[in-house]
Design a protein around this ligand. Structure first.
Ligand code: NAD
Length: 332
């Protein structure tokens, strides 16, 4: 039995990860400030005697030193998320995403120096590729950000700094840190409040309202179910050969946002229509999007033999059932 620290544990991905770690028999400490997550996401874990919830900010060094010092494995997921939120407040994005990561890595390294066996997983993002024009992105491809006057790039750039820090701690100090770049993770408990597209579409379809598609809807994305993503996160963190490396994590099956909207309408049997909104109306005049975002998953598959188990229709069905249950007043 290991003690696992999950930062951002009350969030969408964090809460699923905690359920998996508890099911595997580990002890889990979650830290979350509930800025975008909610404690209610952890209703399945709170009764478990191996689970401990700490309400707090990962920027609180004293608090974090205390929990890192008890952990064998650190899953660092807490971050400023959501393009809409980040575009509005790049200062908070950088403050949340960079210094706490540096501190956690250096504290974990100290524990390693004291002779403890410590592992570290860093949640990064496909946003780190920026707007690289390649049709499929591999981990060693260039990061191609837009200008600093467009604040949405602060998210990818801040996560890229986190990656440099994690790789530096591996190379310079031997900390077994693994970096996972998530590509559009979806599933139950993902909030639509910060611009995430699938819960927004499902809610609109269930309410019989138009599904608002940004720009022309021809942006291409790949959606993966959170359960498949958790399998990759745990598999990589436990794998010796993954330490000190970057991995794309997600689906490699592209779909346009317009097609996603149409699939949601079909799966809900809704009478909703699709309406289009410009980026400047959805965000602001400076907003710039990425047209195509598709990962090369070769490294992930070769390292841990990972394959996705839930396709897009299964994902859409799952999110619909969850949103329906929420609307009926059932717990998350
Ligand atoms: P989420 O918002 O549900 O989870 C993030 C959690 O971190 C929230 O519970 C939030 O309250 C918490 N948090 C934020 N700042 C904190 C702080 N300073 N102190 C303590 N807690 C804090 O989002 P998610 O989708 O579950 O994202 C988890 C991680 O995955 C993030 O690092 C995110 O950048 C990354 N990611 C997610 C996706 C995706 O598609 N969902 C894609 C790329 C990367």
């Amino acid at each position: 039995m290991k003690t696992c620290l999950v930062t951002g544990g009350a969030g969408f991905i964090g809460s699923h990860l905690i359920e998996r770690l508890l099911a595997d028999g580990h002890r889990v400490i979650a830290v979350d400030d509930e800025s975008t997550g909610a404690r209610g996401n952890l209703s399945g874990a709170t009764q478990n005697p191996r689970f401990e919830y700490v309400a707090g900010d990962v920027a609180d060094r004293e608090l974090m030193a205390g929990v890192v010092d008890r952990a064998d494995v650190i899953y660092h997921l807490a971050a400023a998320v959501g393009v809409a939120l980040v575009a509005k407040d790049p200062i908070a994005c950088i403050e949340r995403n960079v210094e706490p990561t540096r501190f956690l890595l250096s504290r974990a390294t100290e524990r390693l120096r004291e002779g403890n066996d410590v592992r570290f997983f860093l949640a990064s993002t496909s946003e780190a590729y920026g707007k690289n024009p390649k049709p499929v992105w591999s981990e060693d491809d260039d990061l191609v950000f837009g200008p600093t006057t467009r604040s949405r790039w602060s998210y990818g750039a801040s996560k890229a700094i986190d990656e440099f820090l994690a790789l530096g701690h591996f190379r310079q100090h031997g900390l077994p840190a693994v970096i996972g770049r998530f590509f559009n993770v979806v599933g139950p408990r993902q909030s639509g409040a910060y611009g995430m597209v699938l819960p927004r579409f499902v809610d609109a379809a269930l309410a019989g309202k138009p599904l608002v598609v940004h720009d022309d809807g021809q942006q291409v994305r790949c959606f993966s179910h959170v359960q498949d993503v958790i399998r990759a996160v745990v598999g990589l963190t436990e794998n010796e050969a993954a330490a000190g490396r970057v991995f794309n994590i997600g689906s490699d099956r592209p779909v346009s946002i317009l097609e996603l909207a149409q699939r949601v309408i079909a799966a809900t049997g809704s009478a909703s229509t699709v309406s289009f909104q410009s980026y400047s109306d959805a965000y602001d005049a400076d907003f710039e999007d990425v047209r195509r975002r598709v990962p090369d998953l070769t490294r992930l598959k070769q390292t841990i033999g990972w394959e996705a188990s839930i396709d897009l229709d299964g994902i859409v069905r799952d999110v619909i059932s969850w949103r329906k249950a929420l609307r009926a007043g059932e717990p998350a």
